[in-house]
Each structure stands twice: as C-alpha cells, then as structure tokens.
Design a protein around this ligand. Structure first.
Ligand SMILES: [Zn+2]
Ligand SMILES: [Zn+2]
Length: 311
C-alpha cells in the first residue's frame, strides 16, 4: 500500500507533467504555428466585422458619402468595423502572398532554422502592422466624420454625372499626388538623421521583408505615409466617394505586394529594403511608379535581384 505522502508526491509529479505538457502545447502554439495564428486572426476579424455590420449605416446616396455617421456612437462603430475589415484585408492578402512565396515560412526550400527566423520576423511585422492599421483607420474615419463634409468639393457628384472621364482624371490626380507625397515624406525619413533614428529605422530592420512588412513601421510613419497621404488629393480635386475608397484599398494591396517583391513592385521597393545601405545610401523612394526617382536620379533596378526574389 502506498503511503499518503507518496500518493500526494505522485499527484504532484503528474500535475507538474500536465503543466509541462500544457506549457509545451502553449509554447508550440506561440512558437510554431504562425499559419494557425494567421488563420485564427482572420476568423476573429471576420467575426468582429460580421457582428458590427448590422450597426453600420450606409448612405442613401453614395455620390455624397459612403457611411452614415450622425453621432459619436456611429463614429465608434464605423471605426471598429473599418479597422476589422481593413485589417482582415491586410492579413488575408499578405497571408496568401507569404504562403505562396518560395522564401515564405511554408516553403519546403527553407531549413528549420530559416523557417523559425522567418516566423519570428512575421510575428514582429504583424504586431507592428496591426498597431499601424488601428491608427490609420481611426484617422480615416475621423477625417470622414469631421473634415470631409466641410470640404469645398463635398457632394460634388450628387448633381453631376460621374463619367469615365472623371474616373480617369481621379486615377491620374490620385496617382500623382499620392506618389509625390509618398516620395518626399519617404525621402525626408532618410535625409533627416532624427527621423531616421527615431522612426524609419524600424521599417528598415527588415532586410528581406515579407508581404506583412507593408505596415511594419513606426505608428507615425504609418499614419503619414498611409491615411494622411490618401486624403491629400481629395483636398484639391473632386473624388467620387466609391472611387476614393477603391484607391485606398488598392494602395494598401499594392504596398503589400511591393513588400512581397514578386509582382506589382513597379518601383522595386523590395530592393529598397534588401540592397539599400542605411540612411543615405538608398534609392527607389516612390511607391507606385518611378516618376520622382527618375526625376531626382534616385532610381536603382537590378534585374537579377528581381529574379532571385521570384525563385
Ligand atoms: Zn526607406
Ligand atoms: Zn518598405
């Protein structure tokens, strides 16, 4: 017969083993299954967006504005909804690109050590990205609530027909103004030692970025180069609200793809990360196209670099 103290000792050991197993399981969840994390995050975001959706009021007239915000309650619900749906889009697009990337965490070409390193990097990118997304979407909804209705061009297309010519003009004006804003704010982040040390160095910590790196920035950089840049063009030119929302979404997808480096990276932003050397020895500051990099002679493109990313 076992003594009482022996039984309690065995229970203790069993309990410790159970705890160890639990800890092992937990740490394996945190350390290994980055794909599970991404899928879980997607489910959570889609659930949150679905729950808030019935409270989101759409405008009766999309030519004037998209979302109806009559009070602070509406403002917070829309804020929550826009954050969830935009973050869902970010995680989804970046997740698909990363999963199919030959250098991605799911690739069989990676050694175990490289895979772990890639997973650690994605966790960092994702964490920074979600914070930047929260600040960006809050700025966007705040702009829609407090500023947009009072601009000179508010409701410009309520009484005017939105033709193909207007749409093409919107594409050109948005593309030019956004990219000009992006190029010069990005240059400032490199030219100023203070801005580089305090802000931009965070984004450049990723020498071989994954698609998740799009928003892996200091929150202030995310705001200036994201939502603030998006709302510069509509101050000067009339934009149809649907076209403007589409441009915002397109810019986000474009920037995600630019960090993946395999497609749509017209100005070789991937090389800006991988080949650029620190603050001043850099190039390819524009996002969409190489217009300002050509004008200012800050363009670099190495065909073999693009090929190595694709293989
Ligand atoms: Zn940079
Ligand atoms: Zn970047």
């Amino acid at each position: 017969m076992k003594s009482r103290s022996r039984i309690s000792q065995e229970k203790q050991i069993d309990g410790t083993l159970d705890n160890l197993k639990l800890n092992d399981n937990l740490s394996s969840i945190f350390d290994v299954h980055i794909g599970t994390w991404i899928a879980g995050l997607l489910s959570l975001l889609s659930l949150a967006a679905a729950i808030s959706w019935p409270y989101v009021k759409l405008s009766r007239n999309f030519s004037s504005h998209l979302l109806e915000m009559k009070n602070v309650n509406d403002y917070f619900i829309i804020n929550f909804f826009v954050f969830c749906s935009y973050t869902f889009q970010y995680v989804m697009t970046a997740g698909v690109l990363e999963y199919t990337n030959p250098k991605g965490f799911a690739s069989k070409k990676l050694t175990d050590e490289d895979r772990e390193r890639r997973k650690r990097q994605i966790r960092k990118e994702l964490g920074l990205g979600i914070i930047a997304m929260l600040i960006n979407t809050t700025y966007a909804v705040t702009w829609m609530y407090f500023v947009e209705p009072y601009l000179w061009n508010a409701g410009f297309f309520v009484k005017r027909r939105y033709s193909l010519t207007w749409f093409l003009l919107d594409v050109i004006v948005y593309g030019l103004i956004f990219d000009t804003w992006f190029y010069w704010t990005h240059r400032a982040l490199h030219e100023s030692t203070y801005l580089w040390d305090k802000i931009h160095v965070i984004h450049h910590a990723f020498k071989a970025p994954s698609a998740f790196c799009q928003d892996a920035v200091h929150p202030l950089e995310g705001l200036v180069q994201g939502a603030m840049g998006h709302y510069v063009a509509p101050i000067f030119f009339p934009f149809h609200p649907i076209a403007l929302a589409f441009f915002g979404l397109f810019t986000s997808c474009f920037a995600i793809a630019a960090h993946d480096g395999r497609m749509g990276d017209l100005n070789h932003h991937y090389a800006h990360h991988s080949k650029g050397k620190g603050r001043l020895h850099n190039f390819n500051y524009g996002l969409y196209w190489p217009l300002w990099d050509w004008i200012c002679n800050t363009r670099y493109h190495d065909e073999s670099e693009t090929k190595s990313i694709k293989n």
